[in-house]
Design a protein around this ligand. Sequence first.
Ligand code: 4H7
Length: 235
Amino acid sequence: MFDSVSNYGVTGRALKKGIFELHRWNPRDFTLDKHRTVDDRPYGGGPGMLMMVQPLQDAIRAAKAQAGEGVKTIYLSPQGKKFDQVAAHNMAKQSKLLLVCGRYEGIDERLIESEIDEEWSIGDFVLSGGELPAMTLIDAVTRLLPGVLGHNLSAEQDSFQNGLLDCPHYTRPEVLNDKAVPQVLLSGNHAKIEQWRMQQALGRTWLRRPELLTNLALTDEQKQLLEAFQTDYLQ
Ligand SMILES: CN1CCN(c2ccccc2CNc2ccc(C(N)=O)cn2)CC1
């Protein structure tokens, strides 16, 4: 599964450039029985299985031994703190991250208490395993590492970089299905273009995710741009 972040796109290139390393530890490789069992039954009964403690614990300990000092161990689960761009920025400051991906119904609570530093969730929905959340985290954090995005500005302008949703984007043809590109984008007036893009980002955030605006300190110019957008919208 992790080939998708190691062999493709921005993360694949960053890996190739040596900007970060990705090591994988599979509990199956730490099994001691001939069936290579990695699941176990839950105390108290109930549906489903848990990850068997011994292989997972040995895999985590082997990974920590290889990581050496200063590794932060993260568990991806629906019970975790809600991951967001601020969390991504904080994780990008960590030199080593160990991501534990649960399968089945999860892992023994005592392993969480003894081995996990932080529990994170990528959203309020249920997945079959922690691998996709782990790859989501890898992608979001890698993009923030120096030298990964050719044009650092695009990291800054990435929506959620300034806490706002992204503005609309346009490319050829100038008229598509009878709809033309907003004139300002063809004007070559970069100050006006930048202002229009900020106004669109503010307006779309207000329309789609107003709660994001409440914890933002808008500049006077941003307030004016948003008010103009709202006046126009509400007419
Ligand atoms: C039916 N349950 C089986 C056990 N599972 C589970 C429980 C604990 C850890 C990992 C998983 C793997 N699933 C994840 C993981 C993360 C997220 C997220 N939001 O970050 C969503 N799902 C949850 C679902």
